[in-house]
Ligand binder design. Structure first.
Ligand code: OSB
Ligand code: MG
Length: 372
């Protein structure tokens, strides 16, 4: 049983080590909204909103998340007693549409708090079974095919177990071909972030010949039906990311055969309860899932690692070590990857398993709101 007494919203800005370019835009630095919930006894739980600065991945942004949290989400949660974090998701869904990334940030912080109260690691509290997670890297769009091939080669040397290539019209076939020729056996995949249409069949047909593990979100961000048409024509499994905004969309993907793999990002689907539901729906239909990433700080990464320890996360997740994106993360210890491309699940510490470096967070803070 816990009662939420305070919710702190804090925006920090972290410069990325290198620009990250996807088909819909380029990020140079990350504006991250951290959420800290505190219960009546003073136990805290941390969450992180994965919304970006611009609505170019989904309609939410860090600014809409902040607004939704202050105006509608915090008032529903503050002062309420919960016997289980599963009660948060229905409370935030009743007559309250969308704003999943905002809801997720608080819902996930409450799960973390509840895991601490239970004296269990977040992983085990969620039903996770793995000791470590296989890691995939996501490589942004590069200037030339040769540069991309070099980056992919380096990533494989570092131990990464899956290499995702961001693609867009004009930076696709030649780029993927260069990587495939350099790394004939590597587990490669492509992520288009909505960049194609069914009319682009000539390109999609050529992509189908590179032995990719999957092609992620080739068509529109909110589409399922056209992906079904595309999947009928492709040998390569289609994986949906943006289109899966909750359990119903995952079920629709399965019912319509619109894809064979689901990328679960807890922020995108409204939090941990929804992620677990999607995990279970997919598991019962023989659909593997994997954990996507959104350039998270060590806080969001902790949640992703815990979630990815569930049994049906059977494909390497985008849970790169802290050093892939940040000169210095905001948690200790930082997230690291071993030579075999694995991140350890911290099963022997209560909660998310890392501590927030409060001094560093204070230095990086650009705004802070305390709600109670
Ligand atoms: O589509 O998976 C995506 C980053 C920002 C927006 C969308 C996506 C991504 C990534 C990053 O691919 C993966 C990571 O965090 O390592
Ligand atoms: Mg994606």
């Amino acid at each position: 049983m816990f009662r939420i007494k305070e919710i702190e919203l804090r925006e920090v800005q972290l410069p990325l080590k290198e620009p990250f370019r996807i088909s819909s835009g380029t990020s140079l630095q990350r504006r991250i909204l951290l959420v800290r919930v505190t219960d009546a006894e003073g136990t805290v739980g941390w969450g992180e909103s994965v919304a970006g600065a611009l609505p170019n991945y989904c309609p939410e942004t860090i600014d809409t998340v902040s607004l939704a949290l202050q105006k509608w989400i915090a008032p529903r949660v503050l002062g309420k007693g919960f016997s289980d974090p599963r009660e948060i998701e229905p409370l935030l869904s009743a007559d309250f549409r969308g704003h999943k990334m905002a809801k997720a940030a608080v819902e996930m912080a409450c799960w973390e708090l509840a895991a601490r109260l239970a004296g269990q690691s977040l992983s085990r509290f969620l039903g996770g079974t793995r000791e470590s997670i296989e890691v995939g890297i996501s490589l942004g769009i590069q200037e030339t095919p040769a540069q991309l091939a070099e980056k992919a080669h380096q990533a494989l040397e570092e131990g990464y177990r899956k290499i995702k290539l961001k693609i867009m019209p004009g930076s696709d076939i030649e780029f993927v071909r260069a990587v495939r020729e350099r790394l004939p056996q590597a587990p490669l995949m492509a992520d288009a972030n909505n960049a194609y249409r069914l009319d682009d069949w000539e390109t999609l047909r050529q992509l189908d010949e590179f032995g990719l593990v999957m092609i992620e979100q080739p068509l529109a961000w909110d589409d399922i039906a056209q992906h079904a048409e595309l999947q009928r024509r492709l040998k390569t499994p289609v994986c949906l990311d943006e289109s899966i905004t909750g359990p119903r969309q995952a079920q629709a993907m399965i019912d319509l055969s619109a894809g064979k793999i689901v990328n679960i990002k807890p922020g995108r689907v409204g939090g941990i309860s929804a992620s677990k539901k999607i995990h279970d729906i997919c598991e019962s239909s023989g659909i593997p899932v994997w954990c996507g990433g959104m350039l998270e700080s060590g806080v969001g990464r902790a949640h992703n690692v815990a979630l990815a320890s569930l049994p049906n996360f059977r494909i390497p997740g985008d849970v790169s070590p802290s050093s892939r994106y940040w000169k210095k993360d905001i948690v200790t210890p930082e997230w690291t990857m071993d030579r075999n491309g694995r991140v350890k699940v911290p099963v022997d510490r209560p909660g998310m398993g890392v501590e927030v470096d409060l001094d560093r967070v204070e230095d990086l803070t650009v705004s802070c709101v305390v709600l109670n």
